[in-house]
Ligand binder design. Structure first.
Ligand code: OSB
Ligand code: MG
Length: 369
């Protein structure tokens, strides 16, 4: 396969409700899509970098530039390009995992569409559906939080994740337990705490949470290991797990007993599968995180989340939880599960009209002849 043309698209998609985390409030998604054309098939991918470098050091505009100026040029001219060849060809560029993940995903989508194989089949998916949970942002009051959670439970979501930060932790968790009883419940701090909060975080133990996600800085593996020794709630890492090696080392250090897998964060679906394999070998359960993706990124995440090691409910929610209009056919949970797309590649394509409505910029990246 050889890349014949490449285009980057920027979309602005409003969120149905503001999503507040310890790193800021999102009211819209600044989406970066990559569209590749080869003689055999087209490939689509979504880069999960966010508008500002607050969740991680990457951000949309930087990912856009690095893909156009540094990553794609290393692939142009490779005559027998496959997804497995992308990471080696890009290895000279340091970091920028989310940007690299999007490039590899677009090549993989084209390759699988050409072969008539679904991403799930290719990755080794064993489950026809994925258990759908929902991530609930920080609210202004307990009352409005409980209203939001009640709505999601009525929609059938199988697990609730509460975003927490200092000053918004024990009370919202206690109120949610009081109101809704023994529902599957977990929390995510996006690195908002420091080591000195360890005793405070141990007070979450009485609530029987599935896990506490990334309380400390992404580089502070030792603090997570220390917390793991004093709490009974399983400690899960998100931001810290940037590769299969990072997962191996964190598990060996005793820093986590659960891992959140996001393909963008680890540099692609192939590395994400290796993270899954490392965790499975260590007996560490994994689950699929999310980055407020449109249907393009969500479709691919569903395929990965159907691998056998994904034993905890995902952060993959239905389209309506994010957007009034998704850019693909909307995903909808049925009885708390979302079906894994079965068509070739990621199994979905952007709907031309929906795409036209929210596209604000396009850049074709010239392929040397
Ligand atoms: O930390 O898991 C996170 C969204 C954007 C960036 C980071 C995170 C999240 C979520 C929402 O929690 C997951 C989703 O519904 O896509
Ligand atoms: Mg997280």
């Amino acid at each position: 396969m050889k890349i014949e043309s490449a285009e980057l698209l920027r979309l602005e998609v409003p969120l149905v409700a503001p999503f507040r985390t310890s790193f800021g409030t999102q009211t819209r998604r600044d989406v970066l899509l990559l569209h590749l054309v080869t003689a055999e098939a087209e490939g689509w991918a979504e880069c999960v970098a966010m508008e500002d470098p607050l969740y991680s050091s990457e951000y949309t505009e930087a990912a856009h530039r690095v893909i156009a100026d540094h990553l794609l040029p290393r692939l142009f001219g490779i005559p027998d390009l496959t997804a497995a060849g992308v990471a080696p060809a890009l290895a000279g560029v340091r970091g920028h995992r989310m940007a690299k993940a999007a490039v590899e995903a677009a090549v993989l989508d084209a390759q699988l569409r050409a072969a008539g194989l679904s991403l799930g089949e290719y990755l080794g998916a064993t489950q026809p559906q994925v258990v759908s949970g929902v991530s609930v942002g920080i609210h202004d009051s307990l009352e409005s939080l409980l209203g939001t959670v009640a709505g999601y439970l009525a929609d059938g979501y199988a697990r609730i994740k509460l975003k927490i930060e200092p000053g918004w932790d024990l009370e919202p968790v206690a109120a949610t337990r009081r109101e809704f009883g023994d529902i599957p419940l977990q929390v995510d701090a996006n690195a908002a705490y420091t080591r000195s909060h360890a005793r405070h975080l141990a007070r979450l133990d009485e609530f029987g949470l599935l896990l506490i996600e990334q309380p400390f800085d992404e580089e502070d593996i030792a603090a997570h290991a220390e917390l793991s020794r004093i709490v009974t709630t399983p400690v899960c890492l998100d931001e810290s797990i940037v590769s299969a090696r990072a997962a191996f080392d964190a598990i060996r250090a005793g820093a986590c007993s659960v891992v959140n897998i996001k393909p963008g964060r680890v540099g692609g679906y192939l590395e994400a599968r290796r993270v899954h394999d490392v965790c499975a070998a260590a007996g560490v359960g994994v689950w699929a995180g999310g980055m407020l993706e449109t249907g393009i990124g969500r479709a691919a995440n569903l395929a990965l989340a159907a691998l056998p090691g994904f034993t905890l409910p995902s952060d993959i929610s239905g389209s309506a939880r994010y957007f009034a209009q998704d850019i693909t056919e909307p995903f909808e949970p049925v009885d708390g599960r979302i079906a894994v797309p079965a068509g070739p590649g990621i199994g979905v394509s952007p709907l031309p009209e929906a795409l036209a409505t929210c596209t604000v910029r396009r850049e074709s990246v010239p392929v040397p002849s």
